[in-house]
Design a protein around this ligand. Structure first.
Ligand code: DAH
Length: 391
């Protein structure tokens, strides 16, 4: 029989003593019968639920019923019972947990704590039994995405050379993305072919029209407007182009821009810096080659190639032409050059006093080479089987 609170009529010391000990032995028996988490919840609610729990009933059936002279004694006893009941509820839970851990008799799924087995009250439902010996649920914490990892590695190389990091907005104005970088008004790069423009900007002057930046080079301009030379920064970020996607193209990708402006910076500094960076990224045996090129914001401009890391620059591997470098022994990796003096005009630098170099590289392209990935789309599809290879 489960314990029920007795209606008290006799409030003598003996009668109270016996009512209290009856309650405590009921408490003990019911505690011993708890064998699962659900049992325990029922036990807890039965004894300490605010609404109609056994302790609450004590106030009604004992304390309120007590005649004036006995109220004090009854009140003291009820007050003493409160922590005892709470303590029993807590101890039962602790016993349940440690019992399942240490006292279980079998190693299977339905491990039975000793005390629960011996208890006279049957379990309501075996399947409700708490089994904390089951393996826990693994929550993977994730890892750096290979693109971010590559980006951070490259940033680290330049941090070690004393560069700091600057960032700019992904939604840019035509001014920062093109005009201040010396793109003439009718330059094909401004065409909607390559650039994603924000709609409904036609009423604005050309230079204020918003677009998704097509490269990180606008951060060069923002940086030079903000700080005076000497400047040494790298600018990582996301860029957008109106390109159809395939194995080597994605409408969203990442770049790292570099800019160094000071007095007497020469093309030799540019070559030495990038040669060092490529060796740091791909290994000290990698060679670099600077190939004439054109960018509106640098003069002279160059494309940088590294010796092919797949065939060691030989152009052939295992007796067959190397596919990675199209048998040339070289792989094109980034654009660079000496900052065009026209650009200084847009940021209030004196081209007679300062000189500098800039470079820009695609992060996915570097990651593809470094990790031997054959399709740029893999970086954006979020397939865990691909991503977990970079843990
Ligand atoms: N912004 C160029 C692009 O996206 C890359 C580039 C070339 C950046 C030369 C530079 C540079 O800073 O000097 O194609």
């Amino acid at each position: 029989m489960p314990y029920t609170v007795r209606n008290l009529t006799d409030f003598s010391t003996e009668a109270l003593d016996s009512a209290v000990s009856e309650l405590l032995s009921g408490l003990e028996q019911e505690s011993a019968a708890v064998g699962s988490e659900n049992d325990w919840k029922a036990f807890r609610d039965r004894w300490i639920a605010r609404k109609n729990g056994i302790f609450t009933q004590l106030n009604e059936l004992w304390l309120k019923a007590a005649p004036g002279p006995n109220k004090r004694d009854v009140g003291r006893r009820v007050n003493e019972l409160k922590p005892q009941i709470e303590q029993a509820v807590n101890a039962t839970y602790a016993r349940l947990v440690s019992g399942a851990l240490f006292k279980g008799r079998s190693v299977g799924r339905a491990r039975v704590p000793d005390s629960a087995q011996d208890s006279p009250v049957p379990h309501r439902d075996e399947s409700e039994r708490l089994d904390i010996t089951l393996p826990g649920i693994r929550r993977p914490i994730g890892a750096e995405h290979p693109v971010i990892k590559t980006m951070n590695e490259m940033i680290g190389v330049f941090r070690n050379l004393g560069y700091s990091v600057e960032e700019g907005p992904e939604i840019e104005t035509d001014f920062y993305n093109f005009e201040a970088l010396n793109f003439p008004p009718n330059h094909p790069a401004r065409d909607t072919q390559d650039t994603l423009f924000i709609a409904g900007q036609e009423s604005r002057p050309m230079r204020d029209r918003l677009l998704l930046r097509t490269h990180t080079s606008p951060v060069q301009i923002r940086t030079m407007q903000k700080i005076k030379p000497p400047v040494r920064v790298v600018c990582p970020g996301k860029v957008h182009r109106n390109d159809a996607l395939d194995a080597t193209h994605s409408p969203i990708f990442h770049q790292i821009e570099g800019l160094a402006v000071d007095t007497n910076i020469t093309f030799c500094d540019l070559k030495g810096t990038l040669d060092h960076a490529m060796k740091a990224m791909f290994g000290s045996s990698v060679k670099t080659r600077f190939y004439p090129s054109f960018f509106p914001f640098t003069e002279p401009s160059a494309d940088v190639q590294i010796s092919c890391i797949f065939c060691d620059g030989k152009g052939a591997r295992d007796g067959a032409p190397c596919r990675n470098c199209k048998a040339s022994g070289w792989i094109e990796l980034l654009g660079c050059g000496m900052v065009d003096p026209n650009v200084y005009g847009f940021v209030d630098y004196d081209p007679a006093k300062v000189s500098g170099f800039a470079f820009g590289m695609g992060v996915e392209r570097i990651a593809i080479l470094k990790y031997g990935v054959d399709d740029i789309q893999l970086f954006f599809q979020g397939d865990v089987r691909f991503l977990e290879q970079f843990l």
